[in-house]
Design a protein around this ligand. Structure first.
Ligand SMILES: *Cc1c(COP(=O)(O)O)cnc(C)c1O
Length: 224
């Protein structure tokens, strides 16, 4: 199947929304993809794209047209300056040091940067994000800053076949999202779900999914 066919298929499949009656935003995860491939996906209806690496974000910035830009990967503080004013959403606010840098740089530039609080929902050493137990307090600290605006939460579920466990973790994310949304109208995104687990995530309340492989095919990483 071509990229365009995959995009059409996905847009149709998510068109009915999630069980909470919310529209689902499909973010194409574009790491390792060429600008041509990304533009093909946009021409087929993709409205939002997410990069993982600042270098790739910058390299493709002027070559890709007509989509909202997300940053979805681990973000080093010394690279924040390259993203300020260029993103719809930075989905990977995973530590206070990064919050501080985003806040200071955004205020200096006279912009407000929209962010999601990243949660390490599976408590995995290999993943970044606030522990679930600290995530609400992290949200409150970010909410108090003038330079950022929290729009919700992001998580990556662990790699597991245990759908009961995964469903329970996704439910915990949805509960966190609901708790913040109950008193903050800016909260509107629960970003959770990749090629392998997005159906489960949507069934448990995700309203934003980040899909790479299923749209573009398997990634071929250059040798390290
Ligand atoms: C690569 C990536 C995705 C998409 O993963 P696929 O399995 O290729 O769909 C989603 N979120 C993040 C943060 C990613 O880095």
């Amino acid at each position: 199947m071509s990229i365009a066919q995959n995009v059409a298929h996905y847009l149709q499949e998510i068109g009915s929304g999630n069980p909470f009656g919310e529209k689902i935003t499909l973010v194409a995860a574009t790491k390792t993809r060429t600008a041509d491939e990304i533009n093909e996906a946009i021409a087929a209806g993709i409205t939002d794209i997410g990069e993982n690496k600042v270098q790739e974000f910058r390299d493709k910035y002027a070559l890709v047209h007509g989509a909202n830009r997300h940053f979805i990967g681990h973000l080093q503080t010394n690279k924040v300056k390259y993203l300020i004013g260029k993103t719809l959403l930075i989905q990977s606010l995973d530590r206070d040091e990064l919050l501080n840098e985003l806040d200071v740089r955004s205020q200096r530039a006279g912009v407000v940067t929209d962010v999601l609080i990243e949660v390490n929902i599976g408590s995995e050493l290999s993943k970044s994000g606030y522990p679930l137990s600290e995530a609400y307090a992290a949200y409150e600290r970010a909410h108090a800053r003038q330079g950022v605006r929290v729009r919700g939460f992001m998580a990556m579920l662990p790699l597991s076949q245990d759908t009961v466990l995964l469903g329970a973790l996704a439910d915990q994310m949805r509960a966190l999202y609901e708790r913040a949304r109950a008193q903050d109208d800016d909260i509107c995104h629960l970003s959770m779900g990749m090629s392998g687990d997005w159906r489960l995530c949507v069934a448990h309340g995700a309203n934003m999914i980040r899909i790479g492989t299923a749209l573009f095919g398997a990634r071929a990483y250059p040798a390290p």
